[in-house]
Design a protein around this ligand. Structure first.
Ligand SMILES: Nc1ncnc2c1ncn2[C@@H]1O[C@H](COP(=O)(O)OP(=O)(O)OP(=O)(O)O)[C@@H](O)[C@H]1O
Ligand SMILES: [Mg+2]
Length: 450
């Protein structure tokens, strides 16, 4: 519509401009011709003037008349109006010494231009040269041009219509697909992908959409898995508690000893539930980044010494020897309680997953401005296929054994989160039946992140 309106306005403007220009030019031309005639007739006699008028009339394709001061036609190129009195405005005004040109629409001859130029001799108006010229040709030329221009405009509209139709299709199609994808996602189907072709803004949008849907899908998958795992983990202690209590209820002659033993078991299952819930809450807190780290300048060597001291009784029960190697004092900024929790779990794991009489070695050193804690054991090791999963929530290599060791499978997930919150990283190298080594790297200049 905008294009049509613009073309229409341009059409009107151009044809009007050309028409006015044409007529102005014609006026100027007729004035100059009339002036030439005025100059020449002064020196000619009547019959010579007749001839001159006829010749000029032919030349400029107009009727030329000479009118005297009373308004009588003295010479007429067409001869028919000789000796008649002309009383039109142009002649009357011309006789007053004015130069006039005016356009008329005559019934008989169509559009006509009247031009009068006074004949002045010795400062007196002696008569006028009156020219009447048809403008029909000018108008038909302008009309022809307007028509041509109109055809051109129609062609332009058709072409631009086609082009915009194709463009609209090209643009609307991917947008429709995106909208469809978004609607389906809204309805809960998070596996939506849209086709990505080309390299324009819409393609970028489609790519961003695909990235978002992939992420949402993964998050949703993880959420489902997590909820599944949590329910399973919570149900296990609950079912053993139910089993224990039911046995007590139906065992009529159970001794007080048996009661005690079963209740002790129930209490330990409650502890286990409590531990799972506590760990879960810690993870959720860290997930939501609610956790503000409480940075304190800390000697890592002293922190490790204290921590090893507190774990020694457990190690001694299994006759496991813990060795701590540290050649220098290392002081960094960290959240003491959190890092302690992370390191405790990893050292505890080393003790837990090392058979009696084994060795656990902890080395603390600096490398490339990173503080490194290496925790090495010669225990059962981790099978290669399990290595990628050990930092996942609830993952345990040996589920049956885990029940006896009391693990929840959340320890390493929590440790990893804590270390990453400190902008650090954790890595594991392990060989089954030979042993496992964990590397914890923390940036020395922690203040830069705090
Ligand atoms: N040093 C290690 N040697 C052998 N296996 C290990 C070692 N550390 C961890 N693992 C394996 O990785 C699993 C995950 O460890 P994680 O600390 O997350 O859980 P957990 O020790 O079973 O339970 P939790 O720490 O919550 O009490 C363990 O169940 C164990 O199979
Ligand atoms: Mg553990």
């Amino acid at each position: 519509m905008l294009i049509i309106l613009t073309l229409l306005l341009i059409n009107i403007f151009i044809s009007e401009f050309i028409r006015i220009n044409y007529i102005d030019e014609k006026k100027i031309y007729l004035f100059s011709q009339a002036n030439i005639i005025v100059d020449r007739i002064v020196a000619y006699n009547n019959s010579e003037i007749d001839q001159l008028l006829k010749w000029y009339s032919n030349e400029i394709n107009s009727r030329i008349m000479v009118v005297n001061e009373e308004g009588l036609v003295i010479n007429d190129a067409y001869d028919t109006l000789k000796n008649t009195k002309l009383e039109n405005r142009e002649v009357l005004e011309g006789l007053k010494g004015k130069i006039i040109a005016r356009e008329y629409r005559l019934k008989e001859y169509g559009r006509t231009l009247y031009v009068t130029v006074p004949i002045i001799l010795n400062n007196e108006v002696n008569g006028v040269v009156f020219i009447s010229s048809s403008l029909e040709k000018v108008y038909s030329n302008v009309n022809k041009m307007t028509k041509n221009y109109f055809m051109l405009a129609v062609l332009c509209i058709i072409i631009s219509g086609l082009v915009s139709f194709v463009f609209a299709h090209v643009i609307a199609n991917p947008i429709e697909k995106l909208t469809e994808g978004i609607k389906k996602m809204y309805q809960g189907d998070l596996s939506q992908k849209v086709e990505v072709i080309g390299n324009d803004e819409l393609t970028n949008l489609a790519q961003a959409f695909n990235m978002m849907s992939t992420k949402l899908f993964q998050v949703d998958q993880q959420r489902k898995e997590f909820v599944g795992n949590v329910s399973h983990e919570l149900r296990t202690p609950l079912s053993s508690m139910k089993l224990l209590s039911q046995s007590l209820l139906y065992e009529e002659n159970a001794s007080i000893e048996t009661h005690r033993e079963f209740l002790r078991d129930i209490a330990s299952e409650v502890d286990r539930l409590d531990k799972i819930i506590e760990s879960l809450l810690a993870l959720v807190d860290m997930d939501q980044e609610k956790l503000e780290l409480n940075y304190e300048i800390t000697y890592v060597n002293y922190l490790l010494e204290k921590l090893i001291q507190s774990l020694k009784p457990i190690a001694e029960q299994k006759r496991i020897h813990i060795k701590f190697i540290c050649t220098e004092k290392i002081q960094i900024n960290l959240d003491r309680i959190k890092i302690q929790q992370a390191l405790t779990n990893i050292i505890h794991n080393a003790i837990k997953y090392t058979p009696e009489g084994g060795n656990v070695e902890i080395v603390l050193y600096l490398e490339n401005n990173m503080v490194i804690v290496q925790i090495k054991d010669n225990g059962i090791g981790i099978p290669e296929e399990s290595l990628p999963y050990i930092f996942e929530r609830f993952y345990r290599v040996d589920k049956a054994r885990a029940r006896s060791t009391g693990g929840t499978g959340l320890g390493l997930a929590i440790s990893k989160q804590i270390i990453e919150l400190h902008q650090g990283e954790i890595e594991v190298i392990s060989q089954e039946h030979k042993g496992t080594t964990f590397y914890i790297r923390l940036p020395k200049d922690m203040s830069a992140y705090s």
